[in-house]
Write a protein that binds this ligand. Structure first.
Ligand SMILES: Cc1cc2nc3c(=O)[nH]c(=O)nc-3n(C[C@H](O)[C@H](O)[C@H](O)COP(=O)(O)OP(=O)(O)OC[C@H]3O[C@@H](n4cnc5c(N)ncnc54)[C@H](O)[C@@H]3O)c2cc1C
Length: 376
């Protein structure tokens, strides 16, 4: 049976970065992915993912974000291609709401340059937006998006070049720890390793049952529509946004790489799901939920539907990530529960998982917000 320093279970957004960072540190690493690399059944497809520094969710994310920006740029150099597109970002909502207040708190605590704009100023600068007078926005110049499919491809390619092994189309059926060594069983074979890193996304609870109520998959849908005024929705003219609206939380992107203005809504229709049985098509109700946001706030993008895609969030109870060692076996660690906002962090999560694997669940970062113990 082949023996590795580390096995990474699940080679999607986070697993691909973990494989790369382990390989970069000279580890003999095997990544195992149940589908073809870059598949569309998980959480890391759909061309673009927002990245932003003014982090309304919690100021504790900001140091990790700074490192993520550094690593995205470094990876662009390694791969020789663009992975990060800066458009500026808008956090929009009622002036006293959680989005604007949370974004401002992060900016103030971490000295992040920003501007507070009223609805009129947003519409004057960015004609794609139509905001009600009671909304305000925090503009932050570093907002933009990263490219998830390319990220997985370049992290895996760079890891292979460093000697890592990656197996696609191989499903992990189970793992155990005996005599301090991890044994992983798949539908193709058995492998041993000193460390196991679990980055299984929406399937996390299948590989780690203690996550059953802590990493809960939820069906999401994205839409791309034809802008009626193309020039208002280019990356130069349209900053990415997160918007706290009476209908829920919308987010969206300028037209990039594929045709259409892209919009999604957090917790779309509130549908918990089973990742092996989720309905991956879409229906009229899915479109109606998303159209409501486009009609009201982006009427100049309210043209024909060009594409729709389903995807999964994996929600933790407080919507903060889960990054920790296994409570019983320190040689097993997990990154899960990214709750719909994880992708921008992928390279720094890769680094953290390499730290965990090599230093028994420790890392140089303050990860208190993300520990499993908070749910006890
Ligand atoms: C619609 C949508 C929009 C989003 N927008 C943003 C955004 O704008 N910005 C942002 O930062 N984040 C965003 N997110 C969240 C972000 O995309 C996720 O947090 C991130 O992709 C999670 O990566 P992951 O590696 O955990 O999951 P995945 O990329 O799904 O990877 C998990 C992998 O593990 C594999 N696996 C699982 N079990 C096994 C097994 N037993 N054997 C082998 N392989 C296995 C799976 O097949 C999968 O490939 C969004 C998510 C969605 C769904």
């Amino acid at each position: 049976m082949k023996h590795y320093d580390a096995i990474v279970l699940g080679v999607g957004g986070m697993g691909s970065a973990a494989v790369y960072h382990l390989a970069r540190r000279g580890q003999r690493v095997l990544g195992i992915e149940q589908f073809s690399l870059g598949h569309e059944f998980g959480s890391s497809h759909g061309v673009t993912r927002i990245i932003r520094l003014a982090y309304a969710e919690h100021p504790s994310y900001v140091p990790l974000l700074r490192r993520a920006y550094e690593l995205w740029r470094e990876m662009e150099g390694t791969a020789g291609e663009r992975l990060l597109v800066i458009t500026g970002g808008l956090d929009i909502g009622p002036a006293e709401g959680t989005m604007v207040a949370g974004s401002l708190q992060s900016c103030r605590e971490h000295g992040i340059p920003h501007e507070v704009l009223d609805a009129g100023e947003v519409m004057r600068r960015y004609p794609g937006y139509r905001l009600p007078a009671e909304m305000a926005a925090v503009y932050q110049q570093d907002g933009g998006f990263v490219l998830p499919e390319r990220s997985i491809a370049v992290h895996v390619s760079a890891a292979l070049a460093l000697g890592a092994e990656v197996h696609g189309c191989e499903r992990v059926a189970g793992w155990s720890v005996e005599g301090g060594v991890v044994e992983v069983r798949t539908d193709r074979g058995r492998y041993r390793a000193d460390r196991l890193v679990i980055t299984a996304g929406a399937w996390a609870a299948q590989s780690l049952p203690l996550l059953k109520s802590l990493a809960v998959p939820e069906r999401q849908v994205l839409i791309w529509t034809q802008p009626l005024r193309a020039e208002a929705f280019t990356p130069e003219a349209f900053p990415i946004f997160n918007m706290e609206a009476p209908e829920g939380r919308f987010y969206g992107f300028p037209v990039f790489s594929v045709p259409g203005f892209k919009l999604g809504k957090y917790h779309h229709r509130g549908e918990r799901t089973d990742p092996d049985a989720m309905y991956r098509g879409f229906d009229r109700e899915d479109e109606t939920v998303l159209r409501a946001g486009i009609e009201r706030y982006f009427p100049e993008a309210n043209g024909a539907t060009l594409a729709m895609k389903t995807c999964m969030f994996t929600n933790s109870p407080d919507e903060h990530f889960i990054l920790d060692a296994h409570p019983e076996w320190p040689q097993v660690s997990v990154a899960a529960g990214f709750s719909g906002h994880g992708f921008k962090f992928a390279p720094v999560i890769g680094e953290i998982m390499a730290d965990f694997a090599m230093e028994g669940g420790c890392s140089r970062w303050n990860l208190e917000l993300f520990r499993l113990g908070r749910f006890a």
